[in-house]
Design a protein around this ligand. Structure first.
Ligand code: FAQ
Length: 311
């Protein structure tokens, strides 16, 4: 009976075991899990654009090979995550349709422009750094396929983060102009990176239920604080200034205090009004349309294989 299934689900969560695709789940769990995984997948795919912008202009063969590999990893993460959403009954075409018609979201961070090659380093350091902070706890998320996907994704994100930091270290030991490029990129990406963790806890409609279901293991503000604490010493080692005059160690709390985040900016970017939203969506839509013949060919090939098997 439904009551028994529900008891089994609650029991699995309470015992900290994983929910698997064969298990019954409440409709709201399925919906929120598909929502989060789809958004995550869309972020990986849209996230290829800002860095992809620099592949043809990378300053050396080595940097170009690294950047190509990173952007390809992101495509892999996206496909991996779409597959995880499919195990919950999410449909790939439907998710893509919802993305390009603006009914499903992707991370706010990818709506900012990449103006110089230093942005590639800063995206690796700050954006991938924030992604790791947010995603390591998701390796213990209650939904098995998502949790397992996160293990591999986090390993690759760690490599991405290191390549970004190494790139910045190299630039910081270069010319005065290179150091200025790095500082400028940090100035532009710091606050948007803090916004990646989502709205503050008292304005985060999904957190309570997602924590109860152990989809999320920490609140948005907890992870944001963890990221700030982790990043300040890295900025010092790098020799850049984080653009926040209120950033200061608070011995009593054992954490860094930081200034007020512009939540109106996050709202605006999420609702489509960020600097690059239109460009990102148009590009994604065009890629989808241009890929129609590939999908048709793949479907025709699958039909032919099936017919051969039936003969
Ligand atoms: N951008 O109630 P909450 C990457 C939405 S990393 C856009 O707090 P929740 C790696 C939220 O969806 C980036 N929308 O929501 C990479 C909700 O809207 P909805 C991807 C945001 O789910 C690096 C509403 O606001 N990572 O891609 C944002 O409990 C470099 C209310 O918020 C993930 O997706 C935002 N920043 O917590 C790739 C991680 N924040 O759906 C390429 C998995 C919130 O009700 C290059 N996701 N919203 O209409 C999560 O951990 C969670 O979904 C949060 C949001 C923490 C993002």
């Amino acid at each position: 009976s439904e009551a028994e299934l529900e008891r089994h689900f609650e029991h699995t969560i309470a015992k900290d075991q994983r929910i698997e695709p064969r298990d019954w789940v409440p409709e709201a769990y399925r919906k929120t899990m598909i929502r989060q995984i789809a958004q995550h997948a869309h972020s990986e795919i849209i996230g290829m654009q800002p860095e992809g912008n620099w592949i043809t202009r990378a300053p050396s063969l080595r940097r170009k090979a690294i950047l190509l590999a990173k952007v390809q990893d992101e495509a892999g993460h996206g496909l991996y995550l779409y597959s995880a959403a499919e195990t919950l009954g999410g449909d790939r075409d439907d998710m893509t349709e919802k993305l390009i018609s603006g009914r499903q979201k992707y991370s706010s961070i990818f709506n900012y422009p990449t103006l110089s090659f230093a942005d590639v380093g800063v995206i690796g350091w700050l954006v991938d750094g924030a992604a790791i902070c947010n995603q390591v706890p998701l390796c213990r998320s209650s939904y098995g396929p998502y949790a397992r996907a996160m293990i591999r994704i986090c390993k690759e994100e760690s490599f991405h983060q290191r390549q970004g930091y190494e790139l910045l270290m190299t630039m910081m030991s270069g010319t005065e102009q290179q150091r200025e490029m790095v500082q400028d990129a940090v100035n532009r990406y710091w606050w948007p990176s803090l916004m990646m963790f989502g709205p503050p806890d008292d304005d985060s409609p999904n957190t309570a239920q997602s924590m109860a279901w152990k989809i999320k293991r920490h609140t948005n503000d907890e992870l944001r604080q963890r990221f700030v604490d982790m990043t300040v010493p890295q900025a010092e080692a790098l020799g850049v200034t984080l653009p926040d005059p209120d950033l200061a160690w608070n011995a009593e709390r054992g954490h860094y205090d930081f200034g007020a985040i512009d939540w109106d900016e996050l709202k605006q970017v999420i609702s489509g009004g960020g600097p690059c939203n239109t460009e990102r969506m148009e590009r994604r839509r065009k890629a989808h349309e241009d890929g129609a013949w590939v999908r048709e060919a793949a479907a025709a090939h699958a039909r032919k294989q099936q017919q051969r098997k039936e003969v």
